[in-house]
Design a protein around this ligand. Sequence first.
Ligand code: 1CP
Length: 347
Amino acid sequence: MGITVKRLLDAFLGKTVWPPPIWLMRQAGRYLPEYRELRSQTTDFVSFCLDPTRASEATLQPIRRFGMDGAILFSDILILPWALGRELRFDEGHGPRLPPLRTVDELQNLQVQGFLEKVTPVLETIRLTRARLAAEHPDTALIGFVGAPFTVACYMVEGGGSKDFAETRKMAAQDPALFDGLIDRITQASITYLLAQIAAGAEAVMLFDSWAGLLSPTSFEKHVIQPTARIVAAIRQHHPDIPIVGFPRLAGTMAAAYAEKTGVSTMGVDTAADLNLVRQLVPSTVGLQGNLDPFALLSGGEVMEQEARAILDAMKGRPFVFNLGHGVMPPTPPDHVAHLVDFVRGQ
Ligand code: 1CP
């Protein structure tokens, strides 16, 4: 194996690399016919995530087609609550379903010791994928991930997806001992899980905080910034140079404190943020990633090029990774993704 310099890892660590590296959130998934074929071989989504051969194949599919700079582990943020002992199923057309966690007993029954054994197949997926990338796509970096504690807590307390996660926010406000205990356990488990992902071959890790924007600045500090900072510090103790990406979706002006206080190497920026303003709020030592509207990608053509161009203009001369502001939409034509990758590489 020769030494390869992976452009994505340099950019994640705060170097200005131009044209910027590119990968897309949800780059594996239903918009790809080869994914639908692979997915149809397994009935339930949890078993699919826990099948190293198939999960590794799903990770590599977009890389074969489009040659992105980053491959993201095919798994789900809810595999962690499942490993902690919560039942999990994905119903067709609906999101995830879990038994809602609402009591101290349920909190104390979480299997924080020994949960790692249950995610052995995910770690095997990482080993397998890393080896296949080294052989077939030596410039592409492998990204591991977890859901950030607040977002994982949202699904655990609510019992599935929700528009406003009202039960979760109610618990955070009315029963802080219970909610803080939950955040604490998810944080601990996330540290163990991410260290295991890195040991298995993940070259960067990302924390998805999809619902961070639901909180007030005070609660954001407590449930988003503090647990994230704790995870970052614990990982850096063992791996001082590993890129850590945080994505506090819809955080608005709170993103400035997130970038300053959590210690992440790069911050993901959602579709709603103006990168010209974010650039002013975030120290230039912290990389930025984002934030093309997934609907611009769905539309393709001129609309997509104009929006992509505006993002590139705003980020020129600054550490930056091109991505979407949220995941690829299932009806997106794969050709539009190919066009976007060409367009960004042509800068
Ligand atoms: O068969 C299918 O296509 C099921 C759809 C699907 C996929 C492809 C789900 C169900 N999860 C995934 C994979 C996935 N999820 C990945 C790896 C693949 C990749 O990105 O290419 C990652 C990183 C995730 C992360 C994830 N899962 C997040 C954070 C990012 C985000 O989208 O905000 C969240 C919130 C989830 C929960 C989840 N899993 C699946 C669905 C439909 C949802 C959302 C539920 C909801 O709130 O409505």
